[in-house]
Design a protein around this ligand. Sequence first.
Ligand SMILES: [Ca+2]
Ligand SMILES: [Ca+2]
Length: 237
Amino acid sequence: MRQRWFRLAGALAIAASPALALALDGITDRPDDFLSSFAGSSSSTDLDVLAATVLYDPGADLFQLSSTLAGAVGTTDSALYVWGVNRGAGTAAFAADGIDGVRFDRVVLLRADGSGSVGGVGDLAAGSVTVSGNTITALVPGSMLVSTGFDKRDYTWNLWPRDTSFAGFAAISDFAPDNANFTTTIGVVPEPGTVAMMLAGLLLLGGQARRSASRGPKAPRHEYRHTNAPVRVRWLR
Ligand SMILES: [Ca+2]
Ligand SMILES: [Ca+2]
């Protein structure tokens, strides 16, 4: 019984792995690498990027922007997560500040309260931005990020958090990657509840497997009564 549950759990994990593997692409960024020009506090660990990923689903024309920070998102009330995207006409708008490798022609702005917008286009639909611990994820329709020359599969990205208590370049805590853009990952964006349901299913199976294991020692007692049954039958005859 226990082996069967483990096989089922393994099969579910394998079924879930393509979407999860795609979501793990992207870039990592060094911890504790606040810009020397950052005017905010180094204790704002939710402004220190550790990983960033953009998944594009051509069938749904949908981008999923995901990032992991060093601290719990929401620690800094004035945090703003800025995703710069180069759709083909990007320029190095921070070149005067020594950052000449980050190119963008549109920004997506995300806040820890779950709101978000695309600069110059409009607000993201309610429920598009989700925060969970150290991660903040947004779903952005491709229609809000129309091409300026690149195919959407070839858009490139950078993530820089800001502490909006400060103005200008001094508000920027970190660039991810440091002085470059990273590429889009192509794949199917999972439905918001799908991954959570799969994880919940695996937890349930794990619990059942543990309960089965804990019932293990009772099996020999049942077997003992069964093997004694023929003796009692002969006595009754
Ligand atoms: Ca960092
Ligand atoms: Ca960095």
